[in-house]
Design a protein around this ligand. Sequence first.
Ligand SMILES: Nc1ncnc2c1ncn2[C@@H]1O[C@H](COP(=O)(O)OP(=O)(O)OP(=O)(O)O)[C@@H](O)[C@H]1O
Ligand SMILES: [Mg+2]
Length: 214
Amino acid sequence: MGFFITFEGVEGCGKTTQLRLLKERLEADGEKVVATREPGGCPIADQMRAILLDAGNSAITPLAELLLYAAARAQHVQEVIVPALERGETVLCDRFTDATVAYQGHGRELDLDVIGQLNALATGGVQPDLTVLIDCPVQVGLSRALSRIEATSGAREERFELESVRFHERVREGYLALARAYPERFVVVDGSGDVARTEVLVTAALSGRLQGGR
Ligand SMILES: Nc1ncnc2c1ncn2[C@@H]1O[C@H](COP(=O)(O)OP(=O)(O)OP(=O)(O)O)[C@@H](O)[C@H]1O
Ligand SMILES: [Mg+2]
């Protein structure tokens, strides 16, 4: 089986940037890498992503949101993640089950047991071998994410950026609580520095922890 790494953290902490950099490093080492993301990662789940992240859907109920995340994840795990791991490839996924615990559990304050059951159902028990939590103050991440939104036009995936700072603080704390609860699976990296600094920290945190002890 391949190695499964997820990237987590608040909006704008640098997940997508650091995932891309790790993919380049692993591929330069000759590894086969599948980079994917949640919600989405395949055409059917991407359609659910569009509903979930559309700022026009602010009336979605917390339960409907939770179930859509689970539905998108079930499709993505079966269609993309499990086949890649079975081919022996390394899978890098931008957000996964921990995001549901942090956002819907700690952020929206839905029942953590229900979320745990839905995560187990949607994944069929597939869990990351390693989770990189990029931690930074929420205002730092939000200002990066908002400047990115202002710089792009077209489809606007900004529903979570529009949530209150209090919401994002709960999400950040939820992620840190997960890292404390699962210290063997999590590495926590400070994402408040620049891209190069964070890349150095991610590389150092992963050294010796990747498959084959690299
Ligand atoms: N360490 C950094 N310092 C400054 N800017 C950064 C840093 N890392 C990423 N950025 C920039 O900030 C923006 C957000 O970064 P990125 O998309 O990697 O974050 P993310 O965690 O994936 O955000 P989201 O949760 O919104 O998907 C991008 O425009 C990116 O180029
Ligand atoms: Mg991103």
